[in-house]
Design a protein around this ligand. Structure first.
Ligand code: SAM
Ligand code: DTB
Ligand code: SF4
Length: 330
């Protein structure tokens, strides 16, 4: 059968912030090969084709979170039998960061199960960031909602990136979270930006949303005033005891499409193949890299769930001819 669609690869390196819904939908509607061709072309115009950025995650404060995010093991609202742990001490975090660096990670991301940082906790976080930064790693933190002032303090302490996801489309948002709004998230993101930090912002797919919600999420990210420098695309990790535990599996090709569309809409951003790799085959992950993913979480643990072992990732990289991206610290 002959294809009637001409894959129109834009050979310009333009960064756009005016994506229209029908344009993004049209990308999702392309035959997969055409979509991958466009995404791979954009990828090669902007990045070294076979270099993947490695971020290691550490959950520095676990569980007992006041929010009701229906995907999350750490919400106090869900009965997930997670062991609650207070904020880690600086020495423990530093030791993990050292190991992450030795293993080849370029960025160390610290997550805390907070709606927003507690005053006491925040003071300790500033010291921890300062310490991790001194190891020569890029620093990233995800601590919930921030005030403008907290964002400035984090920047001054040496934080390079702040991770705060939109999670889903504005329309689907209140099916997933009711304890804070989509606008709250946008506000935190603008405080982070104004403080001069880099933004790590993406979402989760496979939460039972429609394709139009995936279109909406990616379009909103691409139409932010500045594209997030990092765009994590998470595939829902289904956690027993959460309302989303029994959600129907997302078609793997739809997940790959999301990565490809993210790459085309935000051509100069790192697109991270994030949570959910445990449920993807090596072949599916290889297709995600072909679709323009050029960042992963590296190390056997995400926040509260497992990630592939570092050895397994090294083997996959060898088999695919991929190498860790060298990141020069600022
Ligand atoms: N408490 C902070 C917050 O929510 O802003 C920071 C940590 S929170 C766990 C960081 C992000 O991880 C969430 O916004 C969500 O996108 C992602 N995430 C959490 N649980 C997930 C799951 N089960 N599957 C996929 N992604 C998940
Ligand atoms: C992001 O976008 N994904 C990470 C990180 N930012 C903090 C978290 C994934 C969590 C997966 C489920 C868990 O381990 O609890
Ligand atoms: Fe709390 Fe973050 Fe989990 Fe939501 S995603 S329940 S804010 S830890």
């Amino acid at each position: 059968m002959e294809s009637t669609i001409e894959p129109s690869v834009a050979l310009t390196n333009d960064i756009r912030h005016d994506w229209q819904r029908d344009e993004v939908q049209a990308l999702f509607d392309l035959p997969l090969n055409d979509l991958l061709y466009q995404a791979q072309t954009k990828h090669r115009q902007n990045f070294e084709a076979n270099a993947i950025q490695l971020s290691t995650l550490l959950n520095i404060k676990t569980g007992a979170c006041a929010e009701d995010c229906s995907y999350c093991s750490q919400s106090v609202v869900h009965d997930t039998s997670l062991k609650v742990e207070p904020l880690m001490d600086e020495a423990t975090v530093m030791e993990s960061a050292r190991v992450a660096k030795e293993n080849g990670a370029s960025r160390f991301c610290m997550g805390a199960a907070w709606r927003s940082p507690t005053p006491k906790g925040f003071e300790r976080i500033l010291e921890i960031i300062n310490g991790v930064k001194s190891l020569g790693l890029e620093t990233c933190a995800t601590l919930g909602m921030l005030t403008a002032e907290q964002a400035v303090q984090l920047k001054q302490a040496g934080l390079d990136y702040y991770n705060h996801n939109l999670d889903t489309s504005a329309e689907y948002y209140d099916k997933v979270i009711t304890t804070r709004t989509f606008q709250d998230r946008l506000d935190t993101l603008s405080f982070v930006r104004d403080a001069g930090m880099k933004v790590c912002c993406g979402g989760i797919v496979g939460m039972g949303e429609e394709q139009t919600d995936r279109v909406g999420l990616l379009m909103t990210l691409a139409n932010l005033e500045h594209h997030p420098e990092s765009v994590p695309v998470n595939l829902l990790v289904k956690i027993e005891g959460t309302p989303l535990a029994e959600t129907e599996e997302l078609d793997v090709f739809e997940f790959i499409r999301c990565i490809a569309v993210a790459r085309i809409l935000m051509p100069a951003s790192l697109v991270r193949l994030s949570a959910g790799r445990q449920s993807l085959s090596d072949e599916a992950q290889a297709m995600c890299f072909l679709a323009g993913a050029n960042s992963i979480f590296y190390g056997e643990r995400l926040l509260t769930t497992d990630n592939p072992e570092a050895d397994a990732d090294r083997l996959l990289f060898d088999r695919l001819g991929l190498k860790p991206m060298e990141v020069v610290q600022a």
